[in-house]
Design a binder for this molecule. Structure first.
Ligand code: CU
Length: 300
């Protein structure tokens, strides 16, 4: 008897402690995914919230009904009631429980498809978009700025309120590029370029990470995204060009070797580096398929 009471008390305590931990984390800034800092992340955040609300339409009534049914139809000592289930269907209920899911899935599909297509376009039509070429290496991130001519390692600077087209590839095993406060992740694949539009509206430093396990140095494979107003960004570019060393093919060969490095910056990089990385990993093969596909489409 005493043991039962103790067990019950510890269960209550455990529940209270868990809910405290969960509720204490509710400040938005504690979870980067729930703290969007740009239009892409904001759109994805809205989708997350919409799906949570729509799924709550099922989960909350089901849980309440589950508790009710278990209690209402429980067996009692001395129960002598007959078991006489009615197996006839009920048209009204059938209509209700088929139409609600159809409606909810319809709403979810509509917004998901709409936003998925919208996110493959630059997030804002104003201003000139910018391109940054990203290569994941073992276990570091290389950023090339083809328009500015500079390169950085393990951090990337972008101007605020500017749509940035991140072109992603890898010169190591497959990885995934993720800046949670700016948007969802996308894979870096050998020989292929996937592109990801991101934009930061607020000035700041954002956490970026490799999101696909890639061996020993994986946990250290982080990078920083620093968003600054355009003027300061341009000044920084000039400064890098004046003060930083060039990235040579020799330097790249060293970077490519598995290992960890600190943040680096370079005033220039070999102009064909990104293309060569792609070609070396089968890019020519993909390009030739693409041209073939395009020609066959044109011929049809
Ligand atoms: Cu998966």
């Amino acid at each position: 008897m005493k043991l039962g009471k103790l067990l019950h008390q510890s269960k209550v305590l455990f529940l209270a402690a868990t809910s405290l931990v969960l509720l204490a984390g509710c400040g938005r800034s504690q979870y980067v995914v729930l703290d969007p800092a740009g239009p892409v992340a904001q759109k994805q955040y809205d989708l997350i919230i919409l799906s949570v609300i729509l799924l709550a339409v099922f989960i909350i009534p089901v849980l309440i009904f589950f508790a009710y049914v278990v209690f209402r139809y429980r067996d009692k000592p001395g129960n002598r009631a007959m078991f006489k289930p009615e197996w006839d269907d009920n048209k009204t209920l059938e209509v209700i429980w088929w139409s609600i899911p159809i409606l909810v899935i319809g709403i979810l599909s509509f917004f998901t498809v709409r936003d998925t297509f919208a996110l493959s376009e630059p997030p804002s039509k104003e201003g000139k978009p910018m391109t940054i070429q990203v290569t994941s290496l073992d276990w570091k991130w290389l950023f090339l700025y083809p328009e500015q001519g500079i390169a950085t390692v393990n951090y990337v600077k972008i101007p605020t309120n500017t749509a940035v087209n991140f072109e992603l590839t890898t010169d190591a095993p497959i990885n995934s590029f993720w800046v949670p406060q700016l948007g969802g992740q996308k894979y870096t694949l050998p020989g292929k370029v996937l592109n990801l539009w991101l934009q930061a509206d607020k000035e700041g430093s954002y956490y970026g990470t490799a999101n696909n396990f890639s061996g020993e140095g994986f946990t250290e494979m982080k990078f920083q995204v620093i968003a600054e107003p355009k003027q300061r960004f341009d000044k920084w570019i000039e400064q890098i060009k004046e003060t930083s060393p060039e990235l040579t093919l020799k330097d790249y060969a060293v970077l490519r070797k598995p290992g960890l490095v600190e943040k680096q910056q370079y005033s220039s990089f070999p102009p064909n580096l990104f293309n060569d990385i792609l070609d070396k990993n089968g890019g020519q093969y993909y390009k030739s398929i693409q041209t073939k596909e395009q020609t066959s489409i044109r011929q049809n």
